[in-house]
Design a protein around this ligand. Sequence first.
Ligand code: MSP
Length: 533
Amino acid sequence: MARTFFITTAIDYTNSAPHLGHAYEKVLADVIARHHRRGHKETVFFMTGVDQHGQKVQQSAAKMGIAPEEFVAGVTDQFVTLWDKLDVHYDVWAATTDPLHKRCVQGILQRLYDEGKIYKDRQIGFYSVRQEQFLTDKDRNEAGEFGQEWGEVEKREEENYYFQLAREKQWLLDLIDKRSRAGTPFVVPDFRTAELRNAVEKLGGDLCVSRPKSRLSWGIELPFDAEYVNYVWFDALTNYISFAGYDPSKSFENQSAEFRARWPALHVIGKDILVPAHGIYWPIMLHALGFPDEQMPTLLVHGWWNISGAKMSKSLGNVVDPYELVRKYGAEALRYYLMRGIATGADADFSEERLVEFFNNRLANNIGNLLNRTLNMLHRFCGGVLPIGYAEARKRQPGVLPFLEPDNDGPGSELRYKRWMDRNDPANALEEIELAATSCNELIEHRKPWALAADETRREELEAILVLLAQAIRVIAVRLGPVLPEASAAMVSQISPDPKIADEAAFINEGGRALQPNQLVAKPKPLFPRIEG
Ligand code: MSP
């Protein structure tokens, strides 16, 4: 049976419309999923969705004078439509108001309560009425006071349910270290491990997993106390197993074959939700449920898209609307920029000019130009048919495009491309593709096929150069697939319109990887028309 690659994204809050940061994360996960689907060697299970409960949603709905159900339905729709427009191809949609999810969360809560891992306690502390939450000393400002952002702060006493976190501190530290030593870090990129480790070192208290219904009703009711709903993060994190087929009434070993085949997941998340939710709460929740250490997930932590160095936020009014960008430039231009303009793990500044520049310089002028001129020359000089196959072309002109050789590890090679993709770093993988296209365009400039065509004695050389270029385009098209699914398919069908030859899995898997003689090529249709203005 093919191995299953299970990938998830953070599920997005439905208290406001999707912005560019959300779009980046979904496209990143989609690209990684598509990379793993390449060649059909793995079964991919890609899950994304929406986080619909909680205080913020209840407040937003109240402000609009509508029920939370109605409010989340509207915002959820915007996310679904956007992923569709952006060609984000997921297998399962995880929406936390789904009854399947509710049942799983309640089953987990009941089990942890029965085992004494969730307990009731009384909390006396400072409570911010405006933010509707208890405050801790960490929330005090430099003067030791609770600042104005908290509004009126009063002393309150409240009973709540707590999940045992603190006693697992050493277990978690050991897990993090063990995974690092084994070369399979819990958090990637690895440089975030120190940040997480420091946070775990400071772990003191347990996690309050309930909210009294008197102040929050929009959540999943605790199965053992109807006066409370579940804290939204506990509910939200559970989505990663509830929608993958986890059954809370069974031990890990007795889970269904379906769940066991999928788990453990790669969770794609932003740096802001590593600590404490995904880096601390989540592994301790899984550990409490009896997930063995070797079944802990991996966290792929990406950076932020900023605006002139500042965080995108509704209150600053600098939120970039992905719908607008798709409408103006198309989904693939946006996908390319989102993947090319940021190294996974790092932050980047968004700029519309750069989006246009990336499209024009890297796609239109480089890859698009290569496709157009090669197809044009094949029509002008060879009647739109490949005169020889790739094997023969390579024999006639050895080493002309080194990146095409299977064992080549130089610029533009498959080995480099694949290494970056396997490290979940599409920006660098795309750079390898650009380098491959650049070397093809340089070959054209240097060998001038139009001059060869004017000299009958150099016919063999001309044929070989054009077929090498066609093969290179075929390779480039397949590699572009995860980021630009539409353009990749269009490129493939222009260079090899025969559906049998166009089959990508066959091209990748059937060692040959070679275009055959007498194959027709299509008339070029510009794929990346320059964005003007
Ligand atoms: N609902 C929680 C996640 C629960 S997962 C069990 C949440 N939602 S969110 O809508 O605020 O953020 C969703 C994802 O988008 C997070 O991974 C977050 O890091 C990411 N981004 C939000 N703004 C971003 C940028 N400006 N840039 C890149 N990604 C950022 O957190």
